[in-house]
Design a protein around this ligand. Structure first.
Ligand code: SF4
Ligand code: SF4
Length: 443
């Protein structure tokens, strides 16, 4: 059954938004509109890619992460740390120091997220032998959502194997159970470099439920750790460190880190525009012969995640440097193999129920035809003055009753010239889109 409700990872703060429409112009799913001088997100269409968050000049978009204090609701508190986090710091700060500070900040155990990668690679190589090719990696949640929303015909190609973070979390859930620690006594927290991963933990795909109790914003936590380091806080307690990690694991979140281990013809693509360009040609069947596609929404993959503090190139370089100093295997592989095979599969991923026109098929077809006719009337220059990102999006909004033809500045001017609407009515329409205060300014 397709999912119909989604947790969001971003929120527009109405009192800070100035309705400049920068966000609307970059949204890859046309999920944003400007109305009454404020940007508004269409929740079902948003894929939590964070492009709007990156570009907003007014910092009007807030990340809806979990409250850090909630970690103290649990006696045992494990933090799953991605390798990209350690690469935020320069080499002069040793990892041991960072682990100790994490303990001082409240965690009882720290574990590397990519510990499950070595085992997952074997599972992926088995998976592609029997799946429809090309297999598209399930690593990047923004790409999964993009395909669900914009390229539904490709959903069958998305690999139905869990990403590393979920497998590592499952390992911990079993580890705690084996140690006799009851549900409710332990909390599993994930430090995320990316907002799409916040949404994917809260609203997972493939009929899966995540054992992760909370997601912590990496940018926020980096600042906390760095401040504690600068203030030289005393280290008063020992935490358990599960730092087993291979070079494969460290590099997995970087571009090419996944595809380089998969047998067959593979391709690694990063950056939202590049991914969309490629998916368009894949959907049009203009490309074939690939076994595996690693597609990541951010430039430089997780090193370029929006909650990453450091320059993405320096972060990726730091990860490569660290990987070159550690072995390409680790001591917990047999343990992970045991847990992994039992939990690694999820159900088939479904297209996202993005009701573009209407839930009723006949009504939807009528509206679609209406929108096609309307598009012919509009100038096709996608100016955005109507508060929608394109003439096509405005046509769709009109047939759904969410906008008027006169929202188009070109047609409105024509109607004014013909005397079909008054100047006052034309100004009112502009105020409805861009906000009254924008027109109140004294010259
Ligand atoms: S970019 Fe979007 S959210 Fe930010 S101020 Fe402009 S309209 Fe508002
Ligand atoms: S997070 Fe991405 S999909 Fe969602 S509104 Fe922002 S730009 Fe659009």
């Amino acid at each position: 059954m397709s999912q119909t409700t989604y947790n969001r990872a971003l929120e527009i703060m109405g009192d800070v938004c100035i309705g400049c429409s920068h966000c609307m112009k970059v949204c890859p799913t046309e999920a944003l509109r400007v109305s009454q001088g404020k940007a508004k997100i269409h929740v079902d269409w948003c894929i939590d890619c964070g492009e709007c968050y990156r570009i907003c000049p007014n910092r009007a978009i807030r990340v809806m992460d979990d409250d850090f204090k909630q970690i103290f609701n649990y006696k045992h508190r494990v933090l799953l740390v991605p390798s990209v986090f350690f690469a935020q710091f320069d080499d002069s700060i040793p990892r041991e120091k960072i682990y100790n500070i994490i303990g001082e900040l409240g965690f009882t155990e720290v574990c590397a997220v990519e510990q499950s990668v070595d085992t997952l690679i074997d599972e992926v190589n088995e998976y592609i032998k029997r799946a429809p090719l090309p297999v598209i990696s399930s690593f990047c949640p923004a790409v999964i959502r993009l395909i669900q929303v914009r390229f539904p015909s490709l959903v069958d190609h998305i690999m139905s194997l869990l990403p590393p973070i979920e497998i590592t979390a499952q390992y911990y859930k079993r580890k705690f159970a084996k140690e006799g620690i009851k549900e409710g006594e332990f909390g599993i927290f994930y430090l995320t470099p990316c907002i799409a991963k916040i949404a994917s933990v809260k609203s997972p795909v493939g009929g899966y439920t995540s054992p992760i109790h909370g997601v912590i914003n990496m940018d926020f936590f980096y600042n906390k750790v760095y401040l504690a380091h600068k203030q030289k806080i005393p280290i008063t307690r020992q935490i358990k460190i599960n730092g087993e990690l291979s070079s494969k694991g460290v590099l997995y979140p970087t571009t090419g880190g996944e595809s380089m281990h998969i047998k067959g013809k593979t391709l690694a693509i990063d950056g939202m525009d590049n991914v969309i360009d490629f998916l368009e040609i894949l959907e049009n069947e203009e490309i074939e012969g690939f076994d595996f596609l690693e597609l990541r929404a951010c430039d430089e993959s997780c090193a370029g995640g929006i909650l990453s503090h450091r320059n993405r190139f320096l972060t990726a370089e730091s990860m490569k440097k660290y990987a070159s100093t550690i072995p390409d295997t680790h001591n917990l592989i047999s343990d992970y193999k045991k847990y992994c095979s039992a939990v690694v599969h999820m159900d088939k991923i479904e297209p996202r129920s993005m009701v573009k026109y209407d839930r009723d098929i006949d009504a939807a077809i009528k509206k679609m035809e209406g929108a096609r006719e309307l598009r012919m009337l509009f100038p096709g220059i996608d100016c955005g003055a109507c508060g929608a990102p394109s003439c096509e999006a405005l046509a769709e909004d009109i047939v759904k009753g969410q906008a008027e033809i006169s929202s188009c500045i070109f047609l409105r001017t024509l109607y004014e010239k013909r005397g079909e609407i008054s100047l006052e009515e034309a100004v009112k329409i502009m105020e409805n889109i861009w906000g009254k205060s924008r027109f109140d300014k004294k010259i």
